[in-house]
Design a protein around this ligand. Sequence first.
Ligand SMILES: *Cc1c(COP(=O)(O)O)cnc(C)c1O
Length: 235
Amino acid sequence: MTELDFIKRNWERVLERIKETAEKRGRKSEEIEVVAVAKGFPPEYIREAINAGITKIGENRVQEAEKKISQLKDLTCEWHMVGHLQKNKVKKAIKLFSLIHSLDRLELAYEIDKIAQRENLQVKVLIQLNLSQEPTKHGFIETEFWKLYDKIFELKNIKVMGLMTIGPLTDDKSEIRKVFKKLYNIWDRLRTEVKIDIPYLSMGMSEDFDIAIEEGANLLRLGRIIFSKEFEVRR
Ligand SMILES: *Cc1c(COP(=O)(O)O)cnc(C)c1O
C-alpha cells in the first residue's frame, strides 16, 4: 500500500462505470478510450496512473506538459493536448503530443500546418466545436464549421482524427445531452455523407462522461475522477 493507491482504485471504478454504461447502451466498452487529464497534478500521480494501466495522459498547458514529460521519460504513454493552444506554442506542442484535441480556430490550423511542414511532421488533431453557445468557450460554432471544414481537411501536414467538445457547465442533464447529441450528429454526417474517415469522438469529463458514452463518445477526457482523492460527482 502506498498513499497513491487511490488512483488505482479510482481507475478501477471508472472502468466499471464505463463498462456498465456502455453495455446498457449495447456498446462495447473496449471501443471507449480514456485520456487521463493530469493538469494540476504532480508527475508521481501520472506515474501511478500509468502503472495502473492508463496509456494516455492529457495536459492543457504546453509548459506544464513539457516539464512532466521530461520528468517521466522512463515511462511509455501517449501525451494529449486538451487545452487552448497559443500560436507561439505550436512548434513545441507538435513535437510533444501525439494528439491535439483542441484545434479551435482556422488560424491555428494554418499555423500548425505551416510549422509541421517545416518540421516534416504530420500532426494528428481533433477539431473542437463550441456547441453550448457559451461565448467564453473555444471552438468552432456549427454554422461556421460547415462553411470551412474542408479548408482544414485539405491541409497536408494535419491529419484530422475526429471531433471534440466540452459539455456545458450546468446541472441540467438534458442540456448536456443535447450538446453531445449535436457533436455525434456532426461526426456521423462527416463519416456517412461527406465520407471522411475520422475515428474519434472526444467528449465527456468527470461529471458528464456517462451521458457522453450514451451519446456515442469513444474518447473520454477524465481528470479529477481519476486523480482526486475525494472526488464526488455533483450531478
Ligand atoms: C480539465 C479538463 C478535462 C478533465 O476535467 P475533469 O472534470 O477533471 O474530468 C477534460 N477536458 C478538458 C479540455 C480539460 O481542460
